[in-house]
Write a protein that binds this ligand. Structure first.
Ligand SMILES: [Zn+2]
Length: 245
């Protein structure tokens, strides 16, 4: 096939299962909603469609080609068997990849993402139905690249949704999908997941601020200053002997 690093694949499968369990524990999704993936060279390991996170096993994680070609047997998004409850023996690597596989692949193609997390977290979904942007009421939003845009509503699993998400991600590592959920990406699954938690916290904090009245919003200059200072401190910490960051 198009992927041969079985160690990397095994680690990615374990990681995806472990973070999927956290999705439920952290309240970022219910049942089998939401999905996540990790890029492995020219392949992408992605959670399957319709399998409850509580029952997800490493062998259920699907592998698809990053460029959307060469879908292996049982890896065609939106097709193939959808096992219902009690079909345990039929499960395995033949699961159908997440219905949002096109959106994950589009994000890998357009960004430097190494992992993508898609949630249906409640604060973000509530905001998505009422606002066009999550404004900067806290400087931590610079960790997502700035105020987070709400992409227009397009049906789940569609190429249109993938396109809308990528457009709204411009210069950001997070996007909110109207009447749907959110997507974050990062240099690894841990960072993408932390960003999903941060996004949900920021949405909650914004809602709380609105309950007091009209919140003060940080200006672009104030956010730039935070970004510059964070970068300066990070470079100080990570400086290698040859001076490279
Ligand atoms: Zn979704």
């Amino acid at each position: 096939m198009y992927f041969s690093d079985s160690d990397g694949l095994e680690a990615a499968r374990d990681q995806l299962v472990s973070y999927s369990a956290r999705l439920l524990d952290d309240g970022l999704a219910v049942g089998s909603a939401g999905n996540m993936s990790v890029r492995l060279g020219d392949a992408v390991a992605i959670t399957p469609s319709g399998v409850s996170y509580a029952e997800l096993r490493p062998e259920d994680i699907c592998l698809v080609a990053a460029d959307g070609t060469q879908p292996g047997p049982g890896t065609q998004p939106g097709s193939g068997p959808r096992p219902g409850p009690g079909t345990e023996p039929g499960r395995g690597s033949q699961e159908t990849p997440s219905s949002e596989t096109p959106m994950h692949l589009a994000i890998y193609a357009a960004t430097r993402a190494a992992a993508v997390v898609h949630t249906h977290s409640p604060e973000v979904v509530a905001l998505s139905a009422a606002r066009t942007e999550l404004p900067a009421i806290h400087y931590a939003i610079t960790g997502l690249g700035g105020p987070v845009r709400v992409a227009p509503y397009v049906r789940f699993g569609s190429a249109g949704l993938a396109e809308a998400a990528v457009q709204a991600l411009d210069g950001r590592s997070a996007v909110i999908l109207r009447n749907h959920g959110a997507v974050t990406y990062g240099r690894d699954l841990a960072q993408a997941y932390e960003r999903a938690l941060l996004l949900e916290w920021l949405a909650r904090t914004y809602r709380l601020a609105l309950s007091y009245g009209e919140p003060a919003i940080l200006s672009a200059a104030e956010l730039d200053e935070v970004t510059a200072e964070s970068r300066r401190r990070r470079y100080g910490e990570r400086r290698t002997p040859d001076g490279a960051p």
